[in-house]
Design a protein. Structure first.
Length: 125
């Protein structure tokens, strides 16, 4: 049976939902205590597991930030040693190489510092 024009029903009867009957709906207080205890136990287990997983996730994310920060700092040290080597060989005669190496060093240093600052903020919260 199609719905009437202009009427809106969240669960229309033609989909097979006929509503509920208050006579057959049990009240909250008629639930068995054993079921309530089991539900409370499952809720407590779920809540504890969620808290533990969030804590582990934050810890591993802070560790990930520190490891990536360490890699960026190592790339910065490598770029700085390349700059020193370039200065000793030809006193920065190749300006393109100087600017590329300097830009790489600055970007890696910024990402390294930013990663460690973000990891520190993660540990505080």
């Amino acid at each position: 049976m199609p719905p009437e024009v202009g009427s809106f029903d969240l669960f229309p009867r033609w989909l097979g939902f006929s509503g509920y009957n208050k006579r057959y709906m049990p009240s909250v207080s008629s639930a068995k205590p054993k079921v309530q205890k089991r539900d409370r136990l499952m809720g407590a287990i779920f809540s504890g597991s969620k808290t533990m997983l969030v804590s582990f996730g934050r810890t591993f994310y802070a560790l990930w930030l520190q490891i990536t920060g360490l890699f960026f700092v190592m790339f910065t040290v490598i770029a700085a040693s390349a700059l020193v080597r370039q200065y000793r060989t030809d006193h920065f005669a190749d300006h393109r190489r100087l600017s590329a190496t300097l830009a790489f060093a600055v970007v890696c240093a910024w990402f390294g510092v930013l990663s460690f600052v973000k990891a520190k903020r993660m540990r505080k919260s």
